[in-house]
Design a protein around this ligand. Structure first.
Ligand SMILES: Cc1cc2nc3c(=O)[nH]c(=O)nc-3n(C[C@H](O)[C@H](O)[C@H](O)COP(=O)(O)O)c2cc1C
Length: 356
């Protein structure tokens, strides 16, 4: 399949590896995807400028193909004193269970987040990263025009038609539409009010209301998901969970194993880990935080408050307190190399009737 988007992004196949912040998107993973004919993406949301620069250079050693980077667009957030206290109280017993002290970490501010984001943008420009995508919002008009003048291809994220239109108006070159099946955080940045639109509804409606190419994300793991997405009006797919269980991914082994063993009905939404709604495998932390879940501070404050717990749990390989992000199709996940995954998807897609 060749189309406007594969040409724009310089990929042989319409397959994008989802940026996954938090250590999943190693240089090996990103480069392997681009080398296999897809587009590898760095999940740089939590990376410092130095870490970004280092990874960009590492990838350039491993591939001459295009690759991309993804950033979190900061927005004003709510973190009232009583919400922080609710979180601290609710997590006290978990901290003791994991042998952590009660010390409160330094909490993020909007101003500091914005400063960090601007620094990240500076690195993207200095390093001339070919593709830059965004989630959680749309950058300022200034930032967009700065990036555009450097010929960096810009991709926004939308979870509704309204968000897709806002992205197009802001000057994005393409949009990732994220259905409610998607693993990890919701990219939602307008009042969505829990509408949680599924991908089968979102792709054709977005395709009818914007003129720029659409990338489909959420629950896509194989050729069937790829073919269906193209039929519905997308020009490529963005797969997260499918790449997370690959050999080259940096996800913790317990996380990979949990996905490989999970059933569809164990995948739930929670805001308990970060203060922003995200999809992952149900565990004790999610279940026991349910009662206070809606009274917790927003992202990124709650994310900072749970950092110690998530980190210690990961060291102890204790999956009950780790954020085991996964989309709704874990039963299609496999343990294989990136090359095996991409070749399998492409080969199977060619065999599908009325496709290719
Ligand atoms: C572990 C994990 C981390 C993610 N981190 C990011 C991120 O940093 N930026 C982003 O735009 N999307 C992120 N996503 C969402 C993906 O871009 C995509 O929407 C999702 O993976 C699609 O659903 P699937 O996992 O079923 O393929 C993440 C997803 C997962 C599973």
């Amino acid at each position: 399949v060749e189309n406007q988007l594969t040409e724009l992004l310089g990929m042989k196949y319409p397959i994008i590896q989802a940026p996954m912040a938090g250590g999943v998107t190693t240089s090996q993973l990103v480069a392997a995807v681009s080398n296999a004919g897809g587009l590898g993406m760095i999940g740089a949301g939590y990376l410092s400028p130095d870490q970004m620069r280092k990874q960009i250079n590492e990838i350039r050693e491993l591939t001459t193909e295009n690759f991309g980077i993804n950033l979190f667009v900061p927005s004003q957030f709510k973190a009232a004193k009583n919400e922080v206290q609710t979180a601290v109280d609710a997590m006290k017993s978990f901290k003791h269970e994991l042998d952590l002290d009660d010390e409160l970490p330094e909490l993020p501010t909007y101003e500091a987040e914005l400063e960090k984001f601007n620094e990240q943008i500076r690195i993207v420009i200095e390093e001339k990263v070919p593709v830059c995508s965004f989630t959680f919002g749309i950058p300022s008009a200034d930032t967009v025009s700065q990036l555009r003048s450097e010929n960096i291809i810009l991709v926004g994220t939308a979870t509704t038609v309204k968000e897709a239109i806002l992205n197009e108006k802001a000057g994005m070159d393409a949009i990732t539409v994220q259905g409610s099946e998607a693993g990890g955080h919701r990219g939602t940045f307008t009042e969505e009010d829990g509408s949680l639109i599924g991908l089968m509804s979102l792709i054709p409606q977005a395709a009818d209301h914007v003129h720029i190419p659409i990338i489909a994300a959420g629950g896509i793991m194989d050729a069937r998901g790829l073919a269906a997405s193209l039929c519905l009006g997308a020009q490529a797919v963005q797969m997260g969970t499918a790449f997370l269980t690959c050999v080259e991914s940096g996800a913790a082994d317990v996380h990979k194993q949990a996905i490989l063993e999970a059933a569809d009905d164990q995948i739930v939404f929670t805001r308990a880990f970060s203060g922003k709604n995200a999809r992952g495998i149900k565990n004790r932390f999610i279940t026991e935080m349910r009662e206070v879940e809606q009274q917790l501070p927003d992202f990124p404050v709650q994310n900072t408050l749970t950092k110690g717990i998530r980190g210690k749990a990961s060291v102890q390989k204790n999956k009950e307190f780790m954020s085991l992000w996964s989309g709704q199709s874990p039963m299609l996940a496999k343990s294989e190399t990136v090359e095996e995954l991409i070749n399998r998807v492409v080969m199977d897609a060619k065999k599908l009737k009325d496709f290719g």
